[in-house]
Design a protein around this ligand. Structure first.
Ligand code: GH3
Ligand code: MG
Ligand code: MG
Length: 301
C-alpha cells in the first residue's frame, strides 16, 4: 500500500453509471486513485492488471453479484472489500462478512460515512502490514530474521528442484567481532551490524534476499544462481564491506572483514545439510586466516 493513505488505490464496482461516476468524483477529490467497473467480471479484469488496496462493490448487479465477486477476490488477493447494499433486508451483515468483506454500507451511500469506514479499513490494513513486516524483520539490521530464513530457503529449495534451477547460499560471519565489542563497546558493535545490514541489502539483486542468521552472522539466498555467480556476489560483498570505515571513537578509523562460505544446492540434500555445507565453507574461511571466501561446489562434502 502507498505510504500516504490518501494515495491508496480503490476500485468502485456498481452497475449504476451515475453512482459510479459520482463516487469516483468524490474519491478522486479526496485524493484516492480510483478505478471503476460496471460489474463483477469487469472488476476481476481490472484487478488482473492493477493492484488496489480496497474494492467497494454494490451487491445486486446483473451477472456476477457483489457477494460472488467478494468471494472470488478473497480467493486470489489480499484486498479489503467494502460492500454496499440497497436496503437492510437484502443481505445479512454476517453473510457479507463471512465472504471476506471488511465492512458494509447501506445505499443510498452517505459519502462522509463511507469515507470514515474506508479510512478505518485502510488504517487496519496498514497496521496489519506493519505487524507482518515486523514479524519477519530483524530490528537492528533491517534484514529478514532467522525464522524467515528457514521459511524462504525451504521454498527456494522446492522451486530449485521443481524447475531444475541452480540455487546458492552465502553465509557471512564478522571476523574478530568479539574483540571489536570488547574494545569499543556493544553499542558501537551494534552500529557495525546495522551498517552491514544496509551494505548487504544494497548489494543484492531483486531475487536475492539477506537475513540476520545469528548475532554477527548473515545469510544470503541466491536463487537462479550457480556457485560461480555466487562467488561474484560474495566478492562484491566482501569488497564493499572492506571499503567501509567505522569510527567507534574520534581517533579510530576501523575496518572490519568477514569470512564467507558459499554452497550450491545439491539435488536431493535437505535444507539442514545445505546450510551445514555453507557453514563448513565459512569455517574453512576462518581456519585459513579469515577475510576470505570459500566455495564448496555441488559435489564436495
Ligand atoms: P571469529 O573471527 O572467529 O568469528 O571471531 P568472533 O569474535 O567474531 O566470534 P565469536 O563467535 O567468538 O564472537 C561473536 C561476537 O559477536 C560475540 C558477541 O559479543 C558479538 N555479538 C553477537 N551478537 C551481537 C549483537 O547483537 N550486538 C553486538 N554488538 N555484538 C554481538
Ligand atoms: Mg559467529
Ligand atoms: Mg565472528
Amino acid at each position: 500500500m502507498s505510504q500516504n493513505p490518501n494515495r491508496s488505490r480503490i476500485l468502485i464496482v456498481d452497475d449504476d453509471d451515475t453512482i459510479r461516476s459520482l463516487m469516483k468524483e468524490f474519491m478522486t477529490t479526496l485524493g484516492y486513485h480510483c478505478y471503476t467497473a460496471s460489474g463483477g467480471l469487469e472488476a476481476l479484469e481490472i484487478l488482473e492488471l492493477h493492484p488496489v488496496d480496497v474494492v467497494i462493490t454494490d451487491i445486486i448487479m446483473p451477472g456476477m453479484d457483489g457477494l460472488e465477486l467478494t468471494q472470488q477476490i478473497k480467493e486470489k488477493y489480499d484486498y479489503e472489500i467494502i460492500v454496499m447494499t440497497g436496503f437492510a433486508g437484502e443481505y445479512s451483515y454476517e453473510e457479507v462478512i463471512q465472504k471476506g468483506a471488511s465492512d458494509f454500507v447501506f445505499k443510498p451511500v452517505r459519502y462522509e460515512e463511507l469515507h470514515l469506514r474506508l479510512q478505518r479499513v485502510l488504517r487496519e490494513r496498514q497496521m496489519r502490514e506493519k505487524l507482518e513486516r515486523l514479524a519477519i524483520t530483524d530490528d537492528l539490521t533491517k534484514l529478514y530474521n532467522a525464522r524467515n530464513f528457514y521459511i524462504r530457503l525451504s521454498a527456494e529449495i522446492d522451486r530449485a528442484v521443481r524447475y531444475e534451477h541452480p540455487l546458492s547460499l552465502l553465509l557471512l560471519d564478522i571476523d574478530y567481532f568479539k574483540d571489536y565489542n570488547d574494545t569499543y563497546g556493544h553499542l558501537e558493535g551494534n552500529t557495525v551490524l546495522a551498517r552491514l545490514g544496509e551494505l548487504i541489502r544494497n548489494c543484492l539483486r531483486r531475487l536475492d534476499s539477506a537475513y540476520r542468521y545469528g548475532g554477527e552472522e548473515f545469510t544470503v539466498i541466491l536463487p537462479e544462481t550457480d556457485g560461480a555467480s555466487a562467488q561474484h556476489v560474495a566478492r562484491r560483498l566482501a569488497k564493499v564491506i572492506s571499503r567501509e570505515s567505522f569510527s567507534p571513537t574520534t581517533q579510530d578509523d576501523v575496518k572490519i572483514t568477514v569470512s564467507i562460505g558459499i554452497a550450491q544446492y545439491r539435488v536431493g540434500e535437505n535444507m539442514e545439510t545445505f546450510i551445514k555445507r555453507a557453514d563448513m565453507a565459512m569455517y574453512s574461511s576462518k581456519e585459513q586466516g579469515r577475510n576470505r571466501i570459500t566455495f564448496l561446489d555441488a559435489n564436495s562434502n
